[in-house]
Design a protein. Structure first.
Length: 342
């Protein structure tokens, strides 16, 4: 990853599997069919993640999977064995698999599973015990800015120290979905200048424009939530991409990257035939008899551009024609008498 490299496109499954292994595997298949670079999931140890009060808080409504918030969160979790199955399936389909570990027990699980890179959610940028444990793994770390500013980001960077092999910062807005006017893609430039690190984008808009623009602006990682159905139960489905959206996103990002080119403004050899056809050459605007002198006011320009260009008119003006030439004839040096001044 880096300047001039293709964006690493992450299909963010998160917990849009709704606690179901088969749904998670279908999402992996979807990501592979759409040619994403990776799939990412989220793992929480609910006992470590929630206070007793929050665990027991009633949680009812159309998005709920349990009577209390804790039961709801438990229902969305996958077991270690299920994560192993998903990991193996992702690898078999040529995808990088990795996970957000939201607490130290989840880091320990992910270490047993060989998690190659850790994503840290914005809410944990000041979770120094978690960051210290992740730093001990030595694995690359992706930090999401979501609800945080530069000061919070610096806390996380200080806590990680020199532990991680690499650190990537994702610009993110913690609104689900994010209004297009709130995306603030230029914040990527601010983050890049402030940290000197690789910068990416975690896009929570419902459309594709922000992700494509982010890739063009140099996002080394583009992360987008995915779902089998936007109508599915759960808070992250409505703003996620279904298969057709993910396929289109990957296609457009790759096309945009190809369109960026190498920055060299020199004419492309592939345009030479069009240049010759459409550019212009010196042409007589009146008939001239043999021996007549060519004056500049006898010249105009017409296509194609296979004759004498305007910038070389000094080699033509003042010379005499060697044969009768009709109006509209493009000048050829073979049609001129030898240059007596040469």
């Amino acid at each position: 990853m880096g300047k001039g490299q293709a964006s690493f496109i992450v299909a963010e499954i998160g917990q849009n599997h709704n606690g179901d292994l088969e749904t998670a595997l279908e999402l992996v298949e979807m990501a592979a069919r759409c040619r994403a670079s990776a799939v990412k999931l989220t793992k929480r140890d609910i006992a470590s993640d929630l206070s007793r009060e929050m665990y027991d808080r009633p949680y009812e409504g159309p998005q709920s999977f349990g009577a209390t918030y804790g039961e709801h969160r438990e229902a969305l979790e996958l077991t270690e064995d299920e994560h192993r199955v998903i990991r193996d399936h992702a690898h078999a389909r040529g995808l990088v698999w990795f996970c957000t570990a939201c607490d130290i027990p989840s880091v320990e699980m992910m270490e047993r599973l060989g998690n190659p890179v850790y994503k840290v959610a914005s809410r944990d940028l000041d979770n120094e015990p978690l960051l210290a444990r992740i730093a001990q793994t030595g694995k690359p770390v992706i930090l999401s800015t979501g609800m945080a500013g530069l000061e919070d980001l610096q806390i996380a960077l200080d806590a990680l120290g020199d532990g991680p092999e690499a650190i990537i910062v994702l610009h993110c807005v913690s609104q689900y979905p994010t209004p297009i006017d709130s995306v603030n893609l230029r914040a990527m430039d601010t983050l890049r200048e402030a940290t000197g690190l690789l910068i990416g984008l975690s896009d929570h808009t419902t459309g594709l424009a922000s992700s494509i623009a982010g890739a063009v602006m140099g996002a080394c990682v583009v992360e987008k939530h995915v779902t089998l159905s936007r109508a599915a139960r759960g808070t992250d489905h409505a703003g996620a991409l279904e298969e057709s959206g993910l396929r289109t996103l990957v296609k457009y990002i790759r096309e945009a990257e190809r369109a960026m080119g190498d920055g060299n403004p020199a004419a492309d050899p592939a345009t030479e035939s069009a240049r010759q056809k459409l550019s212009r050459s010196l042409t007589l605007n009146r008939p001239l008899a043999t021996g007549a002198e060519i004056t500049e006011d006898a010249l105009t320009l017409t296509s194609p551009g296979t004759g004498v260009p305007w910038r070389r008119r000094g080699e033509v003006v003042g010379r005499r024609v060697a044969r009768d030439l009709e109006s509209g004839t493009q000048i050829r040096f073979a049609d001129l008498e030898p240059d007596s001044s040469a």
